[in-house]
Design a protein around this ligand. Structure first.
Ligand SMILES: Nc1nc(=O)c2c([nH]1)NC[C@@H]1CN(c3ccc(C(=O)N[C@@H](CCC(=O)O)C(=O)O)cc3)C=[N+]21
Length: 293
């Protein structure tokens, strides 16, 4: 038996179609959401991601603004760019593409973002509000990858009520924040957060109904440590050089053998990545809707 596919690409397309209608409804009320990206430096991977975000915006009718700074931009120049975007009325939400070059104080840059324009949902104010109001209707932007994972599962009819979820990896963008979404009353999962200090990872994952692998370690989740019939979400992104072609390819945290034992597996690419991008658009649309009240 092979696992069913948690199709992030197809699900993201459905969400983008819904957002297209919401953007059109905003237009009738005179509002055009606008996403800006701030990219520092010439890293090809980062440029590729940013270009993708602008394409996504065009697809749903969101205006997009691109600010690129050279790799040797100073802390002050980067902070000035953030202030400009905070003040730009065309920009209703923006992201600072990470990572920033070495020597830049990333936290200082991110804390300068106007929380009402924080499209990533990673500003300390928004993370704090999420913690404080976790079981109230959330009226702040939410972290895109965790939100995308919860949406990917719910749109495949997977009920997490009472499920034992094991999260692997304690990074800020996924591991540390996803438990906040999964333990909201309307989701009601039980969450265990594991990390490199965990004594026996396998003991945790073998008992899990759902494994969310966000460690960034290729094939850390193998078939022998997954419960038969489990749901496995592959968030990890590692780049490995293919010795035959010399080209780099993306590999996830989930070993292909897991497909023989799990009930559901998210492909990578084609799973969580497209959902993250769709949730960025959703945050931007919601921020624009909130401005109208
Ligand atoms: N401020 C900020 N916000 C981010 O959200 C952010 C960031 N910085 N820095 C980098 C990471 C990475 N990230 C991805 C989003 C989508 C895919 C994605 O859609 N991937 C495709 C293709 C993967 C491929 O072939 O390379 C897929 O999974 O199918 C990947 C990675 C957002 N990030």
């Amino acid at each position: 038996m092979t696992a069913q596919v948690l199709d992030g690409k197809a699900t993201a397309a459905v969400i983008k179609a819904e957002l297209t209608d919401r953007v059109a409804a905003l237009a009738t009320r005179g509002v055009r959401p606008g996403l800006a990206t701030l990219l520092v430096g010439e890293d090809p991977g980062s440029q590729w991601y940013v270009t993708g975000k602008h394409k996504d915006c065009a697809e749903v009718g969101i205006a997009s603004i691109r600010e690129d700074l050279p790799a040797d931009a100073t802390q002050e120049q980067i902070e000035d760019a953030v202030r400009r975007l905070n003040d730009d009325p065309q920009c209703t939400g923006f992201i600072v593409q990470l990572p920033l070059p070495k020597g830049i104080d990333t936290h200082r840059v991110l804390e300068l973002i106007d929380p009402a324009k924080d499209a990533d949902g990673l500003h300390p104010t928004n993370l704090g509000r999420l913690v404080l109001r976790v079981n109230e209707p959330v009226d702040t932007p939410l972290p895109c990858t965790p939100r995308g994972i919860v949406e990917l599962l719910s749109r495949h009819g997977i009920d997490l009520h009472g499920a034992d979820v094991v999260v692997v990896g304690r990074g800020v963008t996924v591991g540390r924040t996803i438990g906040l979404l999964l333990t909201r009353r309307e989701v009601n999962a039980t969450v265990t957060l594991t990390h490199t200090g965990t004594e026996d990872l396998a003991e945790h994952t073998r008992n899990a109904d759902v494994v969310i692998a966000a460690a960034g370690v290729p094939s850390v989740i193998t078939a022998d440590i997954v419960k038969p019939g489990a749901v496995v979400v592959d968030v990890g992104v590692s780049r490995l050089e293919d010795p035959e072609t010399g080209r780099s390819r993306v590999v996830g945290d989930v070993d292909p053998g897991v497909q023989e034992i799990a009930a559901w597996v998210s492909p990578n690419p084609g799973g969580v990545g497209p959902m993250t991008r769709a949730m960025l658009l959703q945050n931007v649309v919601e921020m624009a809707e909130r401005r109208l009240g």
